[in-house]
Structure formats: C-alpha cells, structure tokens
Design a protein around this ligand. Sequence first.
Ligand SMILES: NC(=O)c1ccc[n+]([C@@H]2O[C@H](COP(=O)([O-])OP(=O)(O)OC[C@H]3O[C@@H](n4cnc5c(N)ncnc54)[C@H](OP(=O)(O)O)[C@@H]3O)[C@@H](O)[C@H]2O)c1
Length: 281
Amino acid sequence: MMTIPQLTLNDGWQMPAIALGTARVRGGAAVNQFQAAIHDGYRSIDTATSYDNEGAVGEAIRRSGVPRADLFVSSKLPGKYHRYADATTAIQESLYRLGLDYFDALLIHWPLPKRDHYVEAWQAMIDAQQRGLIRSIGVSNFEPEHLDRLIQETGVTPAINQIEMHPYWNQERMLQVDRERGILTQAWSPLGRGSDVVKEPVITQLTAKYHKNPVQIILRWHHQRGVVPLPRTHNLAHQRTNLEIFDFELTTAEMAQINALTKVEGRVVAGQDPNVYEEFE
Ligand SMILES: NC(=O)c1ccc[n+]([C@@H]2O[C@H](COP(=O)([O-])OP(=O)(O)OC[C@H]3O[C@@H](n4cnc5c(N)ncnc54)[C@H](OP(=O)(O)O)[C@@H]3O)[C@@H](O)[C@H]2O)c1
C-alpha cells in the first residue's frame, strides 16, 4: 500500500495529501465503495451535506475497522444554513448523520455573496471549533475578497479553500492568493470531470516516461503544486490506482507544460463563478 504524505495546515493539524471525492454516490453502493477506498489506503474522505451521503460515509468508517483517529473526515455546510443559529444546529445534525463526534474539517460550501451571510456562518464554525466539534475550519469556492472579509471581521483565517482546479482551469491566481494567506488549496473536479484533458498530448506523452496513466499524471501535477486533489470515481480499480502518485516526480518543465493547458473559459460547468453562483440546497 502506498504511503500517503501528510500536509500541515495553518492551525497545526495534518491532512493526507489526497482525498476521496464522494459526490453523486449514495446509499448501500456508497457504503461499499467508501469501505473499499479505506481498505485500499484512503485516509481522507470529502463529503458534504448536499451530497446526501454523510450517512454512508459514517457507515463505511464504522465497517472499515480503521481507528477514527487515523481518518480525516471533511464535510461542507450548505448555503441554506448560513445564518448563525442554522449553521450551529446544521453542524450538530451533520455530525449525527455521520455518527461522529468531531469533523477533521468543515468547509462553507459556497460563499453566496448575494445573500451575504457567510461571515455569520464562519462565526458559527469558529464557535463550534472552540466547543471541540471541528478541528480545522475552512471554506470552498471563496474568492480573495470573501477570504479577506472573513479574516478582517473575525481575525480567523481559513485552513483550507476547496476550489475548482484542473489543467483546463489551473487557478494560478487563486492558488497564489491562498498561499499568501497560508491557506491550503484543495482541488475539486481535479480531473476536469470527464473532459478531454486526459487525452491531451502533453499528458499522454508523459505516461510512457513514468509508466503512469493520464489520471495519475494529472493528480501528481496537483500534488507538486502543493494542492490536495479529491478525485471521484465509480470504478474500484480507478479508485485504487488514483492513490499511486507518490513514487515519481514531474520536472519543472513538465509542470509548466501542464499548466499551459489552462483555458480562459475552462470551468467544467459554465455558470459556477462563485461570485454569482446560487446554491439552492
Ligand atoms: N466544493 C465544491 O463545490 C465541489 C464541487 C464539485 C465537486 N466537488 C468534490 O470534488 C470531487 C471530484 O470532482 P468531480 O466529481 O466533479 O470530478 P473529477 O474527480 O474531476 O472527475 C470524475 C470523473 O473522472 C473519472 N475518473 C476518475 N478516476 C479515473 C481513472 N483512474 N481513469 C479514468 N477515469 C477516471 C470518473 O469516471 P469513472 O467513474 O469511470 O472512473 C469520473 O467520470 C467530488 O466528488 C466532490 O467531492 C466539490
């Protein structure tokens, strides 16, 4: 089994360098798949209240036999619960569904700046952290101005910012923004969610050199940028091989070639600009 490196967050906690993405898989199939992932070596699982599978994540953890302390479990607070009182109870309900007594990380799923309650949600998370319900508090889909508002109004910097990132949408600027604030970046849709990025010649040429598949090349690119990818798959063989990225190293020139695949309109779904995106759940 490949050893997964640990990265240190700005609050001192450690997080595995790759996590299991879990969107769009629920129920018994999800329990089996997540249990297989833990068996294969995943120690970090990324869920969200809006994925409707926190129950399956908790059940897979219990069936796995792996001690709770060896796992890193993250969830996300949905937009409908940004008000302070709603966020406070939503955090408790989410833990009840998982059957856990603390999160390793909880993220605000989207900033929803038009509604403008994300600072309240952040304050609820800070308070829940102080009560021991969350170790690391973070955000997802936050732009520089949203990060800076949290920091200015509460004095607490997020540990994590989970954003869309893949070679067609390399987010060089946001990565730099996060770095400057000591925030660790996680990549959602790290493989471009079924786009043709895996067929790009720049990527396929590297597969022969390193004896790795295109997905492993892309996941390694994330890792070498200091980013934690959250690949998602329904295929157990893919799930296993997606972990095998810690035994080779891309050169600086190869990293730059992959970076250069980025596009002006590279998002996997148009309209998911965090400044305007409305989360209805
Ligand atoms: N914070 C947010 O707002 C947000 C938004 C979206 C997603 N996320 C998180 O990010 C995770 C991943 O993002 P995503 O689901 O959009 O897409 P993704 O991980 O970029 O891509 C998933 C696709 O890649 C394929 N794939 C995975 N491993 C493969 C392999 N080894 N070989 C060939 N194909 C492979 C899968 O197909 P197969 O099933 O056939 O392997 C699937 O079609 C989600 O599960 C979720 O946890 C977060």
